[in-house]
Design a protein around this ligand. Structure first.
Ligand code: ADP
Ligand code: MG
Length: 542
């Protein structure tokens, strides 16, 4: 049975599998396209439409259409359609269901074992939510893989063997990321990552839409077109088309009509680029920040700069990166690379699942029992044993996506308190990670309890301000003798490869200590199976 890689994108999704010849192939959707809009239209109480038609229905039925649900992953968020409650997980599951249904139709094979991609910055809760979405869709989620890693795995297939350091610049529809990856033999390692998950192609669309409306109103100053949801939706769709057109043509025209008034506007690539110059500049600032983070790890040169995401088709991206950084970026399947790389990774994971003892890469060095396992796995997967042996040796290592720390209080002489977050586990530390104990001190005289609050960086950069962080857990050490202010406490953080965070705190005078495992406030097993049943009754189609 084939294994599938799924790029569950903010705006577009894509499915790939590895064919008999070892090549990753895109499974086209029900209408023959390689990517599918991540849009869900709850048409009736038992009928759901996913994809292009759903996107087209947003205009007529804005209250029944869900877009950009990925931005809500990992958050407590509920929507209701035709009396049924939905979560980001169940809505993503509907997208996955349609994607895999269409893939199964095309390959004549049930789709079960999958790897789903996630942005490198996704934290624990978002990853767990993505995994649950897969389960709700009835899939067996072998693993998740960061999108830039998947893109690098795909690209690696095309490039020479050996060690290489790659910068991935991923500008999609709703998010932007830059990531530095090291490919070294069987080791794939994320070295650092940064991004803005509110910056993407949709912002470029919006600039054109605004420009179109302005042009229309300039010719029809009395018009109320600006207050018409329908008209604005129409412009939004036209804007995206126009933007795509401007990636190959140097000028596009568009005719607008509202309430008998009309306007015809021409947008040149030059105009478009100047309307969106600041957006592109923001991606370059983040790229610079990533380069600085890489430089701090001693990396100052890249073997390749990979452009990923549909929006890198805009010529200004490539030109800008050349001019500003002197890069020679490569563009390979920008909107398919993530799914294709995920398909390759799915194969690796499928091998590892079948070779339980070999997960750490010792496959080659073993006896008769291991040989039998390898042959069995090869048989099940329809691969050569030699290939299985090689795949089993591969390791993918990633980093802590965001900084984690504790809340601290500073008490001034006049009693005024000021709170901040002191980060202990820094972003971009390799996983699994374990920090040295960091020394903190009690803030008040005669404390008999110490409350430890765990906070996670919420903004793009590490910052001490509470407002730039989010509280994700807490615990308390009690029963302490009235401690002097400034009594020492040691706190250390550890995170495993799945992103589970463990915090250990010890008060040094009494040795009283505290273990906190940050539990994810995601769906319970029962909720997942309930959601699975609930979506099973929908007829899903493209
Ligand atoms: P996601 O962010 O969901 O992963 P993609 O990587 O597929 O999505 O990127 C989708 C974005 O790429 C959309 O904003 C889309 O308009 C844009 N896009 C697709 N093709 C082109 C093109 N030829 N020129 C400019 N932008 C494009
Ligand atoms: Mg993407």
């Amino acid at each position: 049975m084939a294994t599938y890689g799924i790029d569950l994108g903010t705006t577009y999704s894509c499915v790939a599998y590895v064919d008999d010849t070892g090549r990753p192939v895109i499974a086209k959707n029900a209408i023959g396209q390689e990517t599918t809009p991540s849009v869900v239209y709850f048409e009736t109480s038992d009928n759901v439409v996913v994809g292009q038609d759903a996107k087209g229905s947003a205009k007529l039925f804005p209250d029944q259409v869900v877009q950009l649900i990925k931005r809500q992953m990992g958050q407590k968020f509920e929507l209701e359609f035709h009396g049924a409650k939905h979560t980001p997980e169940s809505i993503s599951a509907l997208i996955l269901k349609e994607l895999t249904r269409a893939a199964a139709e095309q390959t004549n094979e049930e789709v079960r074992d999958v790897v789903i991609t996630v942005p490198a910055y996704f934290g624990v809760a978002e990853r767990e939510a993505t995994r649950n979405a897969g389960e709700i869709a009835g899939l067996n989620v072998l693993n998740l893989i960061p999108e830039p890693v998947a893109a690098a795995l795909h690209y690696e297939k095309l490039s020479a063997e050996g060690t290489s350091t790659i910068l991935v610049y991923d500008l999609g529809g709703g998010t932007f990321d830059t990531t530095v990856i090291r490919l070294d033999g069987d080791d794939v390692r994320v070295l650092c990552t940064d991004g803005d998950h509110r910056l993407g192609g949709a912002d470029w669309d919006q600039r054109i839409a605004d420009h179109l409306l302005e042009s229309f109103l300039a010719e029809n100053p009395e018009s109320t077109a600006g207050e018409s949801e329908d008209f604005l939706q129409e412009l939004a769709i036209a804007a995206e088309d126009m933007k795509k057109g401007l990636s190959s043509a140097t000028s596009r025209r568009y005719n607008m009509r509202f309430d008998g008034a009309t306007a015809r506007v021409e947008v040149t690539r030059e105009t478009f680029e100047s309307l969106t110059e600041d957006l592109l500049a923001r991606t370059f600032e983040i790229t610079q920040r990533t380069l600085d983070a890489a430089a701090a790890q001693g990396i100052s040169a890249f073997d390749d700069v990979l452009l990923v995401g549909g929006s890198v088709r805009m010529p200004a991206v490539n030109e800008g990166l050349r001019k500003r950084f002197g890069f020679e970026p490569k563009l390979h399947d920008p909107d398919l690379a993530v799914a294709k790389g995920a398909a390759r990774f799915a194969l690796i994971e499928a091998v590892k699942v079948r070779l339980p003892g070999e997960a750490d890469g010792a496959a080659a060095a073993s006896g008769a029992a291991a040989e039998r396992e390898i042959e069995q796995a090869a048989d099940q997967l329809g691969l050569e044993p030699e290939k299985v042996r090689r795949l089993a040796g591969r390791r993918v290592t990633t980093v802590v996506p965001r900084a984690f720390g504790v809340k601290t209080v500073d008490v001034a002489d006049d009693g005024a308190e000021s709170f901040s977050v002191s980060h202990v586990l820094k972003a971009n530390t390799a996983l699994p990670a374990a920090t040295e104990p960091e020394r903190f001190a009690t803030a008040y005289e005669e404390q008999t309890e110490i409350n430890i609050e765990i906070w996670e960086q919420a903004g793009a950069a590490e910052s001490e301000d509470l407002a730039d962080n989010a509280k994700i857990g807490e615990g308390i050490i009690t029963g302490l003798p009235r401690l002097r202010k400034g009594s020492p406490i040691d706190i250390s953080f550890a995170m495993d490869e799945l992103g589970t965070l463990r915090v250990y705190a010890v008060e040094l005078q009494t040795n009283k200590d505290l273990h906190i495992e940050v539990s994810i406030q995601g769906l319970s097993e029962t909720q997942v199976s309930q959601a699975k049943e609930a979506i099973a009754r929908y007829a899903v189609s493209e």
